[in-house]
Design a binder for this molecule. Structure first.
Ligand SMILES: [Fe+2]
Ligand SMILES: [Fe+2]
Length: 494
């Protein structure tokens, strides 16, 4: 966690140390932070060839990636996690590619990172720097085999900072210096390594205390532009598209959820300001998917409990990614609730109904609907009618909010039943009775409030107990609380 933030700080300190100007230092900042965002763009292909794409990237750090070391790295990881026969088959295919596989991956990563920088409206020097993060001082890098000082200074700095930060974590300043010296003149610019060696203790001081964004930004006077309004929205769109590249199964998912969720939000009376904020959360909701391997996302069969545990982390990663930016903290909080459920059995925190705002309920419903009509590794896409049926079943099971689901289905152009679905097959009237019951009203009081006879109220209560499997008022109250039905007459407040 925060490896890039720490290496960014080291890059900036080194940039200052060698006297780079303001514009160049800003370029270093963005290249350091964005240098590896393209690395999951072909996570699908990576996992086909190498199994766990996340582990693959972590294993790269100790390898000076050229020549025999690169070949040996590829051979060690090919078909990781699969049987001998499959590995042999992949190896055959790999030989057919004549060693072009790793280069093709790196070229894609650079292209994607460069394209995102352009989409974000960053300095053209940033795109150039990003396109060269896999080039090497000795000319054995990719995609163009650039050599020496032909490689942008930002790329040279950032490569060095990335590796020294990795070794600093393992063995402090001495390990960081040793690693830099080992790759002096191969991967790294010798002059930069010398400068680093001479000033390493100061350059690495305090880095283990993970710096906050504010600290990194404050340390760099060149970083003054702020994003807000439509520019921020466009940047978040670019980032969400990038997240969806993680797997072909997710293509268009984030924008799809955002469009659907916002259309549903308008139907339930959100103001335009609320919709704008909500859309940001919807765009970002699945960014945390990047932290989980495609070997899991694209597994055609059921997941093991360990794999499920990894999946359950993805909304938490979303939260972690954005909670450091104060302007996005509330957006991240909402985004991270898209897998929470009214019955408290969602994840990652198992929040219950009381903690789930109308926006969180809408986001969850829109996410499930979109996921259902999209293909997944273990199933083809559902037809909208089937998706509608499954969504309504989630309401009856007490997991998704009925009103939110109605709004989402309406926004998706699906026929909306006039009767709202309630958990456990309760009718709207029974929910009213349950709500009053949970608040401690007697049969007589309930009857008076709803203008029915006490006998009818008693019948309702009997049916409610039967449907929800309760035998006492306490049990019924607990059920009502868990599902947020207390004081929960059909209203948009839920
Ligand atoms: Fe998700
Ligand atoms: Fe999602």
């Amino acid at each position: 966690m925060e490896h890039l933030l720490r290496s960014c700080l080291i890059s900036l300190r080194l940039a200052e140390e060698i006297g780079l100007g303001e514009r160049e230092r800003a370029v270093v900042y963005y290249v350091a932070l964005l240098g590896w965002i393209g690395c999951h763009a072909d996570a699908h292909e990576q996992s086909v060839w190498f199994g766990d794409d996340v582990a693959l990237k972590a294993d790269r750090f100790p390898v000076d990636m050229a020549g025999a070391a690169k070949v040996s790295f590829v051979l060690r990881h090919i078909g990781a996690g699969s049987g001998l026969a499959h590995r042999a088959q992949l190896l055959g295919a790999l030989i057919g590619l004549r060693g072009e596989l790793a280069n093709a991956f790196e070229a894609t990563h650079c292209q994607i990172a460069g394209a995102v920088a352009t989409q974000l409206g960053l300095d053209s020097m940033v795109a150039e720097g990003l396109e060269q993060v896999f080039e090497r001082w000795d000319g054995k890098g990719s995609p163009d085999g650039l050599r020496g000082e032909r490689i942008a200074i930002a790329s040279r700095l950032v490569q060095l900072a990335l590796i020294v930060e990795y070794y600093r974590r393992l063995g402090g300043v001495p390990a960081a210096v040793e690693a830099a010296v080992r790759r002096r003149g191969t991967q790294f610019d010798p002059a930069l390594v010398d400068r680093f060696r001479a000033t390493a203790p100061a350059l690495l001081a305090g880095v283990d205390r993970t710096p906050g964004w504010d600290e990194v930004i404050d340390s760099e006077p060149a970083l003054r532009p702020m994003l807000s309004g439509p520019r921020l929205d466009r940047a978040l769109e670019a980032i969400s598209d990038l997240a969806d590249l993680k797997s072909p199964f997710m293509t268009g998912h984030s924008r799809g959820v955002a469009e659907l969720a916002c259309a549903a939000a308008r139907r339930t009376g959100f103001s335009e300001q609320q919709v704008r904020e909500f859309r940001r959360a919807a765009l970002l909701h699945d960014l945390g998917r990047l932290g989980v391997s495609n070997a899991i996302w694209e597994k055609p069969g059921p997941l093991s409990s360990a794999e499920l545990e990894r999946v359950r982390m993805h909304p938490y990663y979303t939260l972690r990614m954005f909670s450091r930016a104060p302007a996005l903290a509330s957006v991240a909080e909402l985004a991270s609730r898209h897998t929470e459920r009214l019955d408290g059995l969602g994840y990652p925190r198992g929040l219950n109904a009381a903690a789930l705002s109308p926006a969180a309920r809408l986001l969850a419903a829109a996410d499930v609907y979109r996921a259902l009509i999209e293909p997944r590794a273990h199933r083809p896409p559902h037809e909208p009618r089937e998706a509608t049926r499954l969504l309504q079943a989630e309401v009856r099971a007490g997991r998704l909010d009925g009103e939110a689901v109605q709004a989402v289905l309406g926004a998706a152009g699906q026929p909306v039943s006039r009767r709202r679905e309630w958990p456990a097959g309760l009718t709207a009237r029974e929910v009213e009775v349950l709500s009053l019951l949970a608040r401690g009203s007697s049969n007589k009081a309930i009857a008076a409030q709803l203008c029915i006879s006490a006998k009818t109220a008693g019948n309702h209560i009997e049916h409610i107990y039967m449907k929800i499997g309760a035998s006492s008022r306490a049990e019924a109250s607990l059920f009502a609380m868990k599902l947020g039905l207390v004081g929960g007459l059909p209203s948009s407040q839920r």
